[in-house]
Design a protein around this ligand. Structure first.
Ligand code: UDP
Ligand code: MG
Length: 313
């Protein structure tokens, strides 16, 4: 029986993997519990997997999963959750932005009667202003339009009880937004606060493109508000058009003025066209997600692993 599983997704983390391993090792020694580390190589282009294999060769508590290509952070974590067997499961980034030592505090807090303890960022170091700004507003907008209480300024760095992980594994959606799903599951959740450090080395694997996709996944998975917004604007615009119609008739029939009216036509055509395109786009986003769920492809493809086939799953 393993007490603690620590899941680490890895994408081009060659410079961080060894320092990370040493610090995680220190954490489990401090706690004095049985443990496993689950390293998921998410199609790295550097020597990450070779370094992982070197660690695996000398420490049998280290499990690894090597993906056939880059599937993305959320999917890498999901693969780890599928295979981890610990009574408590930690998700942590590889770049040491999440201080491993915080796991000690999180683990102890969980023992006092919680199923989830997440780490809430007090401040973020060494990230671009644009990233901090977009992240800040994303979490606040998401909070205001979803019915699930998704905590703000919180990443996936957290510890969860086995009960929560087992429920999570039964949620097969392809467009993962794990922190939202975990909030949705419920149970007793609490947090500890920390200051997010700079990346130890290497570059962020989250490009703005990946961040945008992630943000859209979060919103569409937990809110119908954009769909409703399409309807609401539709009503508002039709309402306004109705009055404009009355006004046009009044001018034409009562006042008998034959206005040229080019400006008003071009403005309403452009405005209506814009509203329609946005609404269609919103609907398209939801339909494309339905489409990818219906295809029901495997979430990820494993090239190699040292985990027994039936373990976890
Ligand atoms: N990551 C991953 N696949 C990706 C991008 C990132 O597995 O496609 C991992 C990465 O190795 C790290 C974690 O996800 O352990 C967080 O990524 P990153 O530090 O690049 O994101 P940021 O902290 O800049 O948001
Ligand atoms: Mg990072």
């Amino acid at each position: 029986m393993i007490e603690l599983s620590i899941i680490v997704p890895l994408y081009n983390e060659a410079e961080n993997i060894n320092p990370l391993y040493e610090r995680l090792k220190g954490v489990v020694q401090n706690l004095g519990v049985s443990y496993e580390f689950v390293f998921i190589n998410d199609g790295s282009r550097d020597e990450t997997i070779a370094l992982v294999r070197a660690i695996v060769a000398q420490d049998e508590s280290v499990k690894f999963i090597d993906f056939s290509r880059n599937f993305g952070h959320q999917i890498a974590v999901t693969a780890g959750l599928d295979r981890a067997v610990g009574n408590a499961v930690v998700i942590i980034d590889a770049d040491l932005q999440d201080p491993p030592e915080l796991i000690i505090e999180m683990y102890k807090k969980m023992q006092s009667g919680y199923e989830v303890v997440y780490a809430k960022r007090r401040k973020r170091e060494g990230e671009s202003l644009l990233k901090k700004f977009t992240a800040k507003w994303f979490y606040r907008i998401l909070k205001s339009i979803t019915s699930v209480e998704i905590p703000v300024d919180t990443g996936d760095f957290r510890i969860m009880d086995r009960k929560v992980v087992d429920v999570l594994k039964q949620m097969p959606e392809h467009h993962k937004f794990l922190r939202g799903q975990i909030s949705w599951i419920g149970f007793q959740q609490t947090f500890v606060e920390y200051d997010r450090d700079e990346r130890h080395a290497g570059e962020t694997g989250y490009t703005y493109r990946k961040m945008l996709k992630f943000a859209l996944d979060g919103i569409t998975a937990f809110s119908d508000f954009p769909l409703k917004l399409a309807t609401i604007t539709g009503f508002i615009v039709s309402g306004i058009s109705f009055f404009v119609l009355l006004y046009a008739l009044y001018i034409r029939l009562i006042m008998e003025i034959h206005e040229p009216g080019w400006t008003s036509i071009i403005v309403s055509v452009l405005f209506l066209g814009g509203v329609q395109l946005i609404s269609i786009g919103v609907i398209g986003e939801y339909i494309s997600r339905i489409n990818s769920e219906v295809k029901n492809r495997p979430l990820y493809i494993i090239r190699d692993t040292n985990i027994e086939k039936n373990q976890g799953k």
